[in-house]
Design a protein around this ligand. Structure first.
Ligand SMILES: O=C(O)C(=O)C[C@]1(C(=O)O)C=C[C@@H](O)C=C1
Length: 367
């Protein structure tokens, strides 16, 4: 390289150093301005001030940069400054990893959700009868699954579809769970039903359609019962975390999140599983994350690879629907798996090293 080029580059390096120093000096002043504006309750963005500065800069400009370039470069600096002011004052959410670096572990009976082992929540879409729930509960128990799901209050798209057994359904779940030593996960749809929930369920589920039912979120936040919050079908990850913040900010820190697929143009699956949301949420938040493999796919034939993908992506657990006879189920009959399919599912997940739930009892022998 010629000495001349070398020399000029050295000059540039020095200028870069000075520019860097000056830009950071400017940024420090910008941060102080941001604090003053916050105290005064003044808007951070000030287009009049920006225009005024640009006018004076262009007037003082002697080139070789033309005025348009000067405007563009300084506008970038103003934009970065504004971002800095907003970042400084953006409230760090309670659900954020910036607030809590270690994972939240939600204890539901003997199940420690989010402690590194993978949790399974399974059960019928809707509670239909005691016998139906009992059959599924026994299958769960044998497979070492501790959390029994079942819908008693069913928010259905059509008002003519089965709406669930209500409190009767919760009673059935509680009775069968107590018989089998399982814990109950069930959806609550009405803020006024939180007391009822505390009486019967071990985990309050808030469904996708209610993710932004803020009164329901606040009511769940006022209980001390763990909550499983499902992502709304059109909710962004940010909106999902804000919904969780509603619960945690009311004092209930025992929140688990559940990705259940989002609505897209794809029709061959019921929803589109946003698998990237799993590592993204794990990175942004300390709360445990589940993937609902039933609702995200809406079909039985791909539940197994999707469940593996979910756990490989870092999910703390999976949720799936199991029914003794899906063909006659009162809801979701196309996507629930039967007990035999569930046993095979668990067996394969275990064989592939994704789950380590221990088989229980005599049935160990023939499975
Ligand atoms: O002067 C201000 O009020 C500032 O906040 C600083 C600043 C800047 O970078 O110069 C930043 C953002 C505003 O839109 C205008 C100007």
């Amino acid at each position: 390289m010629s000495n001349k080029l070398e020399e000029l580059r050295q000059q540039l390096d020095e200028i870069n150093g000075k520019l860097l120093e000056l830009m950071n000096q400017r940024a420090a002043v910008v941060q102080q301005i941001g604090e003053v504006k916050k105290q005064q309750g003044v808007n951070k963005y000030d287009p009049v001030r920006e225009q005024d500065m640009l006018n004076r800069l262009v007037q003082a400009n002697t080139g070789p940069f033309d005025d348009g370039t000067i405007r563009h470069l300084f506008k970038q600096i103003f934009k970065a400054s504004l971002d800095l002011q907003q970042q400084d004052q953006k409230k760090v959410l309670l659900v954020s990893r910036k607030r809590q670096t270690e994972d939240t572990v939600v204890q539901v009976g003997e199940e420690a959700v989010g402690n590194g082992s993978s949790t399974v929540i399974a059960g019928p879409c809707s509670v239909e009868s005691e016998e139906q729930v009992r059959q599924v509960a026994h299958a769960l128990k044998q497979q070492g699954v501790r959390l029994l799901r079942g819908g008693a209050f069913k928010p259905r798209t059509s008002p003519y579809d089965f709406q669930g057994l209500g409190e009767e359904g919760l009673k059935i779940l509680r009775k069968v769970a107590d018989e089998t030593g399982l814990k109950v996960v069930s959806e609550i749809v009405n803020p006024a039903d939180m007391e009822l929930a505390e009486q019967y369920v071990d985990v309050i589920q808030i469904g996708a359609r209610n993710m932004q039912n803020f009164e329901l979120l606040k009511a769940a936040g006022s209980t001390r019962t763990p909550v499983l919050l499902k992502r709304g079908m059109s909710a962004t990850v940010e909106e999902f975390l804000f919904a969780a913040e509603y619960i945690v900010s009311r004092g209930n820190t025992q929140v688990m999140l559940c990705e259940r697929g989002i609505r897209t143009y794809e029709k061959w699956t019921r929803n589109t599983l946003d698998i990237s949301a799993v590592p993204l949420i794990k990175q942004e938040s300390h709360l445990p994350v589940f993937v609902d493999v039933t609702h995200s796919t809406g079909r039985r034939d791909i539940q197994l690879p999707v469940a593996k993908a979910a756990l490989a992506a870092g999910a703390d657990g999976i949720m799936l629907e199991v029914h003794p006879n899906p063909a006659v189920a009162l809801s979701d009959s196309n996507q629930q798996i039967d007990i035999e399919q569930f046993n095979k599912f668990m067996q394969e997940m275990r064989r592939a090293g994704f789950l380590n739930q221990e088989l229980v009892g005599a049935d160990k022998a023939h499975l």
